[in-house]
Design a protein around this ligand. Structure first.
Ligand code: ZN
Length: 254
């Protein structure tokens, strides 16, 4: 499909389709905090086709997790702050754009590529080398599920620390296999199908283990991971279909 037609349909037909799909699945088994809908089920998505996608807004587990955190902690992203949002997810982009007085920078390395689906004002930024961004620029960085695609992940951690203000906080989420002590990384696996099996996604190049914290700290971060179970009841986790073993990977610059 021509990219321009694709973009046009995405703007016009897709919202109607999703709204209708939300009605088809309207029910009372699961709830989505992002679109405030309740449904009979979420829909299969991702390489393992688990039922995690909201039929109406297409949120997944990690979107809902962050959305609920932002709902309950309005000071995290607030007016007067300078936010860097790497690989901006559309629903969070819309949310942040509505905050008056927030200095918001959506950014990604693939912002300008032909098939990019990022919002128009997303700037080009390589997380491994944020050339042109001064030290101590941002109050908050949100970088969710990016590092598992990045070969030089330690360098990216170091760059994010550099551009964050002292006293600032970064939320650097990655897929982390609870109970696995050491990150699994294997350069020899390049076939997307094999990567999907080994690392959970055709584009992932590693699966982080419990040493993720050590990697961040080796680059100068102070970490304060918060388990999702500390913030939500089991009922809430089940109802919103979140991952019980997930943590919020908060990282601080002293
Ligand atoms: Zn939803």
């Amino acid at each position: 499909m021509h990219p321009k037609l694709k973009a046009f349909l995405k703007k016009t037909a897709l919202p109607v389709y999703l709204e209708l799909r939300g009605l088809v699945y309207k029910g009372n088994a699961v709830s989505c905090p992002c679109c405030k809908g309740s449904f009979t089920t979420f829909l299969p998505a991702g390489s393992d086709q688990r039922k995690i996608q909201c039929p109406r807004c297409r949120s997944n587990e990690r979107d809902r997790m962050l959305w609920m955190y932002l709902d309950r902690h309005p000071d995290f992203v607030a007016p007067g702050k300078k936010l860097l949002h790497i690989a901006p997810e559309a629903m969070f982009y819309k949310r942040f754009k509505k905050i008056k007085g927030l200095d918001y920078t959506p950014a990604d390395k693939f912002a300008e590529t032909f098939e990019s689906t990022y919002p128009e004002d997303t700037i080009y930024l390589d997380v491994v080398d944020m050339e042109g961004v001064k030290d101590n620029t941002y109050d908050v960085i949100i970088c969710s599920h990016v590092l598992e695609y990045v070969k030089e992940d330690l360098q990216a951690m170091s760059e994010m620390l550099r551009v964050l203000k002292p006293g600032g906080v970064a939320l650097i989420q990655v897929p982390l296999k609870a109970g696995m002590p050491v990150t699994h990384e294997d350069d020899s696996i390049t076939d997307p199908a094999e990567r999907a099996i080994v690392f959970g996604d055709p584009g992932h190049i590693r699966f982080y283990g419990e040493d993720y914290k050590d990697k961040l700290e080796s680059q100068g971060w102070k970490t304060g991971f918060v388990p999702i179970t500390a913030l939500h009841s089991d009922e809430e986790i089940d109802r919103c279909v979140l991952i019980k073993t997930d943590d919020f990977h908060f990282c601080y610059k002293e």
